[in-house]
Write a protein of this length. Structure first.
Length: 240
């Protein structure tokens, strides 16, 4: 595994710091926006958005501490960071593609921009900054579906037990509404258009594709860096 340069470490510290601050500020603003707001009040912690923001913030904090110790970081940490990065990507994509269009102008509040855009984008950038040269195995892609599986189980329990994720709603997102017109495996001409089971399957496939793409990009970055390191040496040898 290639050691991070001081420049990469500095860039990563800045990215991680912004991710941590954005996750904290976004979560606090959401918690104080009131129970009638989207993911507002104490219910904010019942949503995958908040949970994934907290998780990636803790991963970034751990990454800063481990990097400062100047000891080789265990491969397991990079797998955890990879899984957290893909999870926060899901948070951003689901919000921008599926939720924002249904919420309208009120979707783009400061807290939503921080937790659904700033944190996901900078987390992904930071992953590429630190992961190049790690040589992560492709089989680690299967781990990325663990967080959404756990959340789907959690939301399912909440649905059955009648927890209120929002006023009058016993589900967190429209695609996890098992009592919709599409049910679990059906289809409909209105939102959510297909059953919750199909949505979950589609999201799992999406996550694994994202995981493969991220690893491919990371490998490409590492390959390009090796090529750049080798090129000067090769030129020097040719002039001898």
């Amino acid at each position: 595994m290639k050691e991070l340069t001081q420049k990469r470490k500095s860039i990563s510290y800045v990215l991680k710091s912004i991710v941590i601050l954005s996750a904290i500020i976004g979560t606090v603003l959401s918690a104080h926006s009131g129970r009638d707001g989207f993911m507002g009040g104490s219910r904010v912690f019942m949503f995958f958005t908040t949970q994934s923001n907290i998780a990636i913030a803790l991963i970034c904090l751990a990454g800063c501490i481990l990097t400062m110790r100047k000891k080789q970081i265990h491969d397991a940490f990079y797998v955890i960071k990879f899984v957290g990065t893909v999870s926060i990507t899901l948070t951003g994509v689901v919000f921008v593609v599926l939720l924002a269009p249904t919420l309208g102008p009120r979707a783009w509040s400061i807290q939503n921009i921080l937790t659904h855009v700033v944190v996901p984008v900078l987390s992904v950038v930071d992953f590429f900054v630190v992961s190049a040269g790690v040589g992560m195995k492709k089989r680690n892609v299967f781990f990325v579906i663990i967080p959404p599986i756990l959340y789907a189980i959690y939301a399912g329990i909440g649905y059955v037990r009648g927890w209120e994720f929002a006023e009058g709603y016993n589900y967190p997102y429209f695609f996890l509404n098992w009592g919709s017109s599409a049910g679990a495996f059906g289809f409909s001409n209105e939102l959510p258009y297909m059953g919750s089971a199909w949505w979950i399957l589609a999201l799992f496939i999406f996550l694994m594709l994202v995981g493969y793409v991220y690893l491919a990009i990371s490998d490409r970055i590492a390959h390009n860096e090796v090529s750049m390191d080798v090129m000067p040496t090769a030129l020097e040898s040719s002039h001898r």
